[in-house]
Structures are given as structure tokens and as C-alpha cells.
Write a protein that binds this ligand. Structure first.
Ligand SMILES: [Zn+2]
Length: 218
């Protein structure tokens, strides 16, 4: 069975926490050490309050369209489509249990390895039926964005957050990535620092884990 992953994201990936764990290990918890909003109890309260949780049917495959908003002040921040596609491929590998480091999961956790079976892809249609390549580029006068400011979310119009994952790529001051904490659909999505998207980065994997209600367990 193939289903579109509907947002409200009414899914609890009880077994998928290893994805988050693995991604954190690989990043040396760089996201965690500098980011006060990445997977905090505040964000947990938000997700628990605003999402109806239910266990996933193991036979269901999900396909999630993603829209990237590239907010750039300098050309270096205007990330190429190839880099975005590489990061998206990593994300899909991680959420379909095709990541090559799955074999390195410590023995005591192996029994809990799950496969959420979610494939993420660049959106090819906008809600109004227009074609898109899934990347919205916008030059900004902001040299950087602070974590707790919501400016990044207002620099580019969010695309139907009930049907798309919106990812904002920009220069985030003193942080690498975060998910929002308020119960506000206008802020639904993920903001990631442009320096964290290169080479098939797994920073997005980590943040999508939070976006799907996973929390830090360590
Ligand atoms: Zn985190």
C-alpha cells in the first residue's frame, strides 16, 4: 500500500528513533550542542499537543513531497539543486532503512530497528496545479537569521504545510538547524543552515526525526 503522508503527521515512529540516534552520532551531536531548540521539551510539548499519535501500519509506504526555500544573501548560500538532491537522497535512504551504517547499530538496539518506509521527493506540483522543481529561491537582505526569530518563515511563502514538508535553507546564526515549537502551521517545517547541506548531509535526517515527533533520548 502506498499512501501520501498527510500532515498532521499522524504517525508515531516508535521504532524509528535509531535513525535520529545514528544521525546524531554521525554529526557528533553538533546540532544538539549549539541549538537550544533542537528536540527540546518545548518542542515535544508542541508535538504532543498538536498531533494525534498513532502507530504506523507496517505495510504502508509513504511518499512526502518537499519544498525547499533557499534564502540567500550571498551566492555561496544559493545552494545548488544537486546538493539539495543529494541531501534528499540521504534522507530517503535513512527513512527507508537503506542507510549503509544500519549494520553498525549496537547489538542491544538491533531489535528496535524499524523501517518507517517514507520516501521524500522534490515536489513537482504546487497546490494550484502549477509545475515546480520543488525549490524556491529568494534573495534576502538578511545576512543571517537567529534561531528564535521566525523571520526565515516569512521570507518565502510556505507551501500548503498540510501536504508538503517545507525546508528553509539560509544562514542561521549560532545554530545548524531547528524545528519550530509553536502550534502554528505558518511555522511548520524545518530551518537548516546552508553550511549543513553539503555532501549528502544528515542534518536534515535528524531534524525530520523531530518533525515526526522523535525526541532526544540521550
Ligand atoms: Zn535534535
Amino acid at each position: 500500500m502506498i499512501g501520501v503522508l498527510e500532515k498532521d503527521k499522524t504517525i508515531l515512529f516508535r521504532h524509528a528513533f535509531l535513525i535520529l540516534l545514528t544521525a546524531s552520532q554521525l554529526m557528533g551531536c553538533a546540532v544538539l550542542s549549539t541549538n537550544t531548540e533542537c528536540g527540546t521539551e518545548d518542542s515535544r510539548e508542541y508535538t504532543m499537543k498538536n498531533k494525534e499519535l498513532q502507530l504506523k501500519d507496517n505495510s504502508t509506504k509513504y511518499r512526502m513531497p518537499v519544498v525547499f526555500h533557499v534564502l540567500y544573501n550571498t551566492e555561496a548560500e544559493n545552494i545548488s539543486k544537486q546538493e539539495i538532491e543529494n541531501m534528499l537522497a540521504t534522507l530517503s535512504h535513512d527513512f527507508t532503512a537503506k542507510n549503509i551504517d544500519l549494520a553498525e547499530v549496537p547489538t542491544e538496539f538491533k531489535a528496535f530497528v524499524g523501517n518507517p518506509d517514507i520516501t521524500f521527493y522534490l515536489a513537482n506540483k504546487l497546490p494550484n496545479g502549477e509545475d515546480t522543481d520543488g525549490i524556491i529561491r529568494k534573495k534576502t537582505t538578511n545576512k543571517s537569521f537567529k534561531v528564535r526569530e521566525r523571520k526565515a518563515f516569512f521570507q518565502s511563502k510556505i507551501i500548503s504545510p498540510k501536504s508538503y514538508l517545507n525546508v528553509y535553507i539560509c544562514d542561521i546564526k549560532n545554530s545548524n538547524a531547528y524545528t519550530p515549537t509553536e502550534s502554528n502551521l505558518a511555522h511548520d517545517g524545518i530551518v537548516i543552515d546552508y553550511k549543513r547541506v553539503f555532501g549528502g548531509s544528515r542534518t536534515l535526517t535528524h531534524e525530520v526525526g523531530h518533525w515526526l515527533d522523535l525526541r532526544h533520548i540521550f
